[in-house]
Design a protein around this ligand. Structure first.
Ligand code: NAP
Length: 290
């Protein structure tokens, strides 16, 4: 039976450290502030931004909620970003994705001042990450790495199999794990991968970020491995008041009997993402203050 990784408690420890740093900066007259931009009414996006704003408030930081109608034009969004870039009271900008389909996400992300790119999605941030230079690391991949480190999971020489190659999770995660100071050997799987199980069966660490409920099953892993489930999927469940429940990409019930460590969904990677966001906002505020 696996050890269930408590991402909530580890995330809270990080948030408490951030809270102390925020209090120290407040003494200097600066309150870290994140502008949170949500265009449209996607319910999942709304629940994510609400959780982020609550966490910011608990850490003694400010959030500036900017709610835009789904019909907002790209030009309107770009001019808002220009205004936020030059607003010295705003230290970080978060554009909740996905944006409405008529808006080009790449153009919007690139319009952000990289100094305020606390999601780590701007090409400058991505370049800095790949080159191992200082900058903002994307919150979910960084959260996974911090989780593994806090649990003292041996990473150097370990074989990590990452399922997913998106720009926000799979690709940066694979990159971070392969860094010299982490030193894992990384395999990246995607929909073009033939026989996924052949790869996951060779892993010391399986990280699922596919958005496919129950993709990873017990027969696809070796006993004792570390399983990190990044997936957050809504599956219909009429026994729940909301009519759905959240589940990951891992068949938790069967895999937990065989793995050494496993993250639950919810309560695993999700809280780490929020903790890393707060850390990035803090970093932005400190750097801009200096
Ligand atoms: P995405 O952009 O849809 O990317 C999914 C990736 O998984 C793609 O690279 C896709 O391959 C691959 N994939 C999908 N089905 C697969 C399969 N059956 N076998 C092998 N590879 C498969 O998703 P994302 O934004 O990276 O997010 C992934 C999941 O993580 C989602 O459930 C999302 O909700 C969740 N998430 C959670 C957090 C958190 O804080 N916990 C944060 C971000 C995302 P191709 O490239 O070939 O299409």
């Amino acid at each position: 039976m696996a050890i269930i990784i408590d991402g909530k408690t580890i995330g809270l420890q990080i948030r408490e450290e951030v809270q102390q740093r925020a209090a120290a900066l407040k003494v200097q007259g600066v309150t870290p502030c994140l502008a949170v931009v949500l265009a449209g009414e996607d319910p999942a996006s709304l629940s994510y931004v609400t959780a982020k704003e609550k966490a910011l408030a608990e850490a003694g930081m400010e959030s500036r909620d900017i709610r835009l109608p789904a019909a907002t034009t790209e030009a309107e969004l770009l001019s808002l970003i220009a205004a936020l870039n030059s607003d010295t009271a705003v230290h970080g900008i978060l554009i909740q994705l996905p944006l409405p389909k008529h808006i080009n996400e790449d153009r919007v992300i690139t319009a952000m001042d990289p100094a305020k790119d606390v999601d780590g999605f701007h090409p400058v941030s991505v370049g800095n990450m790949v080159l191992g230079r200082p900058g903002f690391l994307p919150c979910t991949p960084h959260g996974v790495l911090v989780l593994l480190r806090k649990l003292r999971i041996p990473l150097s020489g370990a074989h990590a199999v990452v399922i997913g190659r998106s720009n926000i999770v799979g690709k940066p995660l694979a990159n971070l794990l392969a860094r010299r100071d982490v030193n894992a050997t990384v395999t990246v799987c995607h929909t073009g991968t033939k026989d996924l199980a052949r790869h996951t069966l060779q892993a010391d660490i399986v990280i699922a970020a596919a958005g496919s409920p129950g993709l990873i099953k017990a027969e696809m892993i070796q006993p004792g491995v570390v399983v990190i489930d990044v997936g957050v999927n809504r599956v219909p469940d009429l026994t729940k008041a909301k009519g759905y429940r959240l589940c990951g990409d891992v068949d938790f019930e069967s895999v937990k009997e065989k793995a050494g460590f496993i993250t639950p969904v919810p309560g695993g990677v999700g809280p780490m993402t929020i903790a890393m966001l707060l850390q990035n906002v803090m970093q932005a505020a400190e750097v801009q203050y200096e």
